[in-house]
Design a protein around this ligand. Structure first.
Ligand SMILES: Cc1cc2nc3c(=O)[nH]c(=O)nc-3n(C[C@H](O)[C@H](O)[C@H](O)COP(=O)(O)OP(=O)(O)OC[C@H]3O[C@@H](n4cnc5c(N)ncnc54)[C@H](O)[C@@H]3O)c2cc1C
Length: 496
């Protein structure tokens, strides 16, 4: 007997073709279509894979329990992390995937999209509702995307899904220091590019990525559900969900923000730097057009970025000491608008708040490692950047892409996708990229927010050197825009 289409509703307690239905709450966001399976083959598969997965999981979990006192110790045999939950939940509750991703933010969604079609079954766990993933609220963040990120988003099909009034080119960038009118300028004069980069609102990135991912046949979205506990062993990674179910996989990918709980639960330490400052973001309309120019004004005490959107609208990013947060948020729209207009020297004439204001505490995070037994970190869970160099999501995207490539190549070579060998290769490559950017950004912040006289003088000199020495300018520009993969040496001395 044949069936033309075999439908599995994972919420019915069954995720793998092999696991037969154990009715559960209908939480999953969609039906997985597994087309044109012959029933005979399916029935055989159901039986054998049920037996195998139960044996395999039992084996892995009991080993995990047996080693629960060992602690996290990458590469030295089985480890157990956060065994606050009993991994021996009922067998019918255990679900088997190749990869479980925690967090359907921009990084988790990008990773799922990068890896689709590799023949792997993925579960994407997100605590927010399906509705808020499909239609995320505006959150004040306008993300400056580098050329590399735009290239990846084009490959995803996301770039074309964005409306034309949702992506804005940055044609020039200007940096000012203190009250001085002296400007460090980045333009396209020696550079035949359309733009230095592009601005796209975070909620538009999330929405379009979600649209690309929601119908992927190899990705199951589990929404309104959070991961509450995690255990990893040489055999498998296991997560306990808030709905009581337990999922196991060959690999757990943590993409659950810079304050990642899963990172903590698998025992990966992170360096956190609290800048003691707040970032307030919003949009403002203005009388004069911005001509595609992005301004970064390192005023004393506060910094102000004015980034070009629609011709008469800009994205505003204010950073100030945390102690000023309440005052800035409590200002009326008129007070706030005229304060920004004054600080910006009325360059664009009258300015007026056109959205709500959103406040984000500024905390930089860099995980000490990007992987451990059967677990890898991506996105802000790996590196959460200070926004001044606009690298957070750009790094998240390149990291997700890098991990997906390593996994694809492991699949091609018949290797275990969750082995440390595979994960460490990702870690090595990504760390090489993130460490200098993370520490460099923190140093820039320190340098430009130090209001002592020697620092003020040093800044004046630094801006003038950068402005008058084109090779240095090229290195800075290429690093910020990711326009070129050339080494800094090749950038400084481009040759013929
Ligand atoms: C003001 C500001 C400006 C910025 N500007 C730029 C810029 O110009 N350029 C740039 O590249 N980057 C920028 N960034 C950084 C960028 O926004 C982040 O790097 C990016 O959003 C991180 O994506 P993520 O998916 O790693 O994490 P998040 O966006 O934090 O998503 C994490 C997801 O995981 C879910 N989650 C968390 N815990 C659990 C759990 N236990 N179970 C299930 N789900 C869970 C959350 O609900 C969320 O959906 C900026 C950031 C800020 C704050």
């Amino acid at each position: 007997m044949h069936v033309e289409e075999f439908r599995v509703r994972p919420s019915a307690g069954c995720a793998r073709l092999g696991c037969v239905g154990h009715p559960g709450p209908a939480r999953h966001s969609r039906v997985v279509h597994i087309a044109r399976h012959k029933l005979n083959a399916a029935t055989r598969g159901v039986f054998f894979s049920s037996v195998l997965s139960v044996l395999w999981l039992d084996c892995g979990l009991s080993r995990t329990r047996a080693n629960s006192k060992v602690g996290t110790n990458r590469g030295l045999g089985p480890t157990a992390n956060s065994l606050s939950f009993r991994a021996s939940s009922t067998r019918e509750n255990l679900v088997d995937y190749d990869i479980v991703v925690v967090g359907a933010g921009p990084a988790g969604l990008s990773f799922a999209k990068s890896l689709t079609g590799a023949g792997l079954r993925m579960a994407l766990i997100e605590k927010q509702s399906l509705g808020s993933l499909a239609n995320p609220d505006y959150d004040g963040r306008d993300i400056a995307l580098t050329h590399l990120s735009v290239k990846v988003l084009k490959e995803f099909g996301v770039w074309d899904r964005l409306e034309s009034d949702e992506k804005f080119p940055i044609l020039e960038a200007r940096v000012l220091d203190g009250n001085s009118p002296y400007t460090l300028e980045f333009d396209r004069k020696q550079d035949p590019v359309d733009a230095l980069g592009y601005l796209v609102s975070n909620h538009a990135i999330r929405r379009t990525l979600f649209t690309e991912v929601e119908n992927l046949p190899d990705v199951e979205l589990v929404t309104d559900t959070s991961v509450e506990a995690v255990a990893t062993s040489i055999a498998a990674a296991t997560v306990k969900l808030s709905d009581g179910r337990t999922l196991s996989s060959k690999l757990l990918v943590s993409a659950d923000s810079r304050f990642s709980d899963t990172r903590r639960m698998v025992g990966i330490a992170a360096e956190m730097h609290d800048f003691g400052r707040v970032c307030i973001v919003c949009r403002m309309r203005h009388d004069e057009p911005h001509d595609g120019i992005a301004y970064e004004c390192f005023h004393y005490g506060r910094t102000l970025a004015v980034l070009p959107l629609d011709s008469h609208e800009s994205s505003i990013v204010v950073t100030a000491p945390m102690s000023q947060r309440d005052e800035l948020m409590a200002m009326s729209g008129e007070q706030f608008s005229s304060d920004i207009q004054d600080r910006f020297g009325s360059r664009y004439g009258q300015m007026q708040l056109s959205t709500e204001r959103y406040a984000y505490p500024l905390v930089g995070v860099h995980a000490k490692r990007f992987c451990t037994t059967r677990c890898a970190l991506i996105g802000d869970a790996a590196v959460g950047m200070h926004p001044v160099t606009a690298h957070g999501y750009n790094l998240g995207l390149s990291g997700a892409d890098l991990l997906a490539r390593e996994i694809r190549s492991a699949v091609r070579d018949g290797k275990d996708i969750g082995s440390l060998d595979v994960l460490c290769r990702y870690e090595r490559k990504h760390l090489r990229n993130t460490r200098p950017i993370y520490h460099g950004t923190n140093e820039i912040v320190k340098f430009f927010t130090d209001d002592r006289l020697p620092a003020k003088l040093a800044r004046k000199v630094a801006l003038r050197i950068a402005n008058n020495f084109p090779p240095i300018k090229r290195v800075i520009r290429n690093k910020l825009t990711e326009r070129s993969n050339r080494s800094w040496l090749r950038t400084v001395f481009p040759g013929p």
